[in-house]
Design a protein around this ligand. Structure first.
Ligand code: CTP
Length: 424
């Protein structure tokens, strides 16, 4: 069967794919487009990540193809995988078709050369186990040994065999990501294998880092809230000792979603990573001890770790402080200056109406308030260099935040009075 939607790929992509097919044919190989892009072509979602499987020696193919097209081969491995990079068409992933044998559950697989059908048979879901042939005589033909096309039309996620999740439990998290992204359901048998795998403790067979990586990908999805709610429903948070709010998670996720919408216009994308906020939402409410366990298991890096630590140690206390101080713009600003930016959204989501207003004002205005005079200006006005300059700058910020002064002129006036007061 030819894939109708395949024709809609940009002309430049077809040029590259055809060239791949021609070179493969000349070497006596077959070349296929595989993986997520085939799925997305059929679903009709944009995806230009070119993933190519070669029935033959992919590294040899890559070297010859690169020499003819003025591109370069990167990262060749002994498993027959590499990348081709070129200015004209970006990066292409290449691999020799292969089977994978899992020596024990959760282990990295042992790899052996095989044909395209066997290569597709090692994959996670039927919708990801299809290929499109690129050789000239069969260009555009779909190879679909497991019924992926039909499962797409039925909106189903189906594994290829019952041991799929135990072989590689990260597939549970991938499945949840795809289910949320496309609005698909797990086929009945697949749902059973998934829950049996979890009940058997299969997540313990893979490293926390691999679990974290998959959760990060989920947190970067557009449909993140429904994916995270599904994560909790399937019992994955329980398995990670992270389920702090049980059935309340869905409600909290809605609040976080509103928090992100409200604060987003005032937060620079470089200061806040939305996926980190969502990641924190999964674990918000855990005690310090349980949070420490989650951190040492998942080993989240940088900002994500910082947010989890803050959520467990400071968030509750700050909520109480904010209840007292939210009317005082200066105090609130000083308090919130110490909060990680992603934590602001959590504070917003957890607060009452008045505190929420203060958090919003802080994010949009208060945190940007600075005196218009610089340190040098202050010295020029007669203040001697040293710690006093910093104190005056802080005082001017305070007065501005309190609305007592509004202009540069007011600032100069304030300093003159201060100096006068000191002379007298
Ligand atoms: N794959 C798999 N099992 C995994 C990871 C990957 O079977 N644990 C296979 C699937 O066939 C998948 C392909 O490898 O389609 C490529 O994997 P990847 O690039 O990680 O995912 P995509 O399916 O392309 O998904 P995305 O759109 O999120 O990149």
């Amino acid at each position: 069967m030819k894939v109708r939607q395949f024709r809609k790929l940009p002309v430049i992509v077809h040029e590259v794919l055809k060239a791949i097919g021609v070179v493969a044919g000349q070497l006596g190989y077959s070349a296929y487009l595989v993986g997520g892009i085939v799925r997305d072509i059929i679903i009709g979602t944009e995806n230009l990540d070119l993933d190519i499987a070669i029935e033959g020696d992919a590294i040899r193919f890559a070297r010859i193809f690169a020499a003819r097209t003025g591109s370069v081969v990167r990262n060749p491995t002994r498993f027959g995988t590499c990348k081709i990079e070129s200015k004209a068409f970006g990066t292409i992933d290449l691999a020799s078709t292969r089977t994978e044998i899992y020596p024990h559950p959760g282990a990295l697989p042992l790899v052996q050369p095989a044909d395209i059908k066997a290569d597709l048979g090692r994959r996670d879901f039927t919708i990801n186990a299809m290929a499109i042939c690129l050789n000239p005589h069969s260009y555009g033909l779909l190879v679909d040994p497991f019924g992926g096309h039909e499962d797409i039309s039925k909106q189903l996620l189906r594994v290829l065999h019952e041991k799929s999740f135990t072989d590689d439990p990260t597939r549970i998290l991938r499945g949840i990501r795809f289910a949320a992204r496309y609005g698909f359901k797990f086929e009945r048998g697949t749902a059973r294998y998934l829950s049996d795998c979890l009940k058997g403790g299969c997540l313990k067979t893979i490293s926390g880092e691999r679990i974290f990586h998959e959760i990060e990908l989920i947190c970067r999805e557009r449909q993140v809230a429904s994916a995270l709610a599904m994560l909790a429903r399937k019992g994955i948070l329980d398995a990670l000792d992270g389920d702090a709010r049980k059935e309340n998670l869905a409600k909290y996720l809605r609040k976080v979603s509103i928090g992100i919408q409200r604060l987003r216009p005032c937060l620079d994308e470089r200061e806040v990573e939305a996926w980190v906020i969502w990641f924190g939402a999964l674990f918000a409410g855990l005690s310090s001890r349980r949070m420490q366990r989650v951190i040492s298991h998942l080993r989240p890096p940088g900002r994500a770790k910082r947010l989890l630590l803050w959520l467990a140690s400071d968030c509750k206390r700050l909520l109480r402080v904010l209840r007292q101080s939210h009317k005082d713009s200066y105090k609130t600003t000083r308090i919130l200056n110490k909060v990680p930016m992603e934590g602001l959204v959590h504070l917003y989501s957890l607060s009452g109406t008045s505190e929420r207003k203060a958090v919003l004002k802080y994010a949009c205005y208060w945190r940007h308030v600075r005196p218009s005079l610089s340190g040098e200006d202050i010295v020029r006005l007669g203040v001697s260099q040293g710690p006093m300059v910093g104190k005056i700058l802080e005082r001017l910020t305070k007065l501005r935040l309190m609305g007592r002064i509004r202009s540069r002129k007011d600032e100069i006036e304030t300093i003159r009075e201060l100096l006068k007061g000191r002379r007298n």
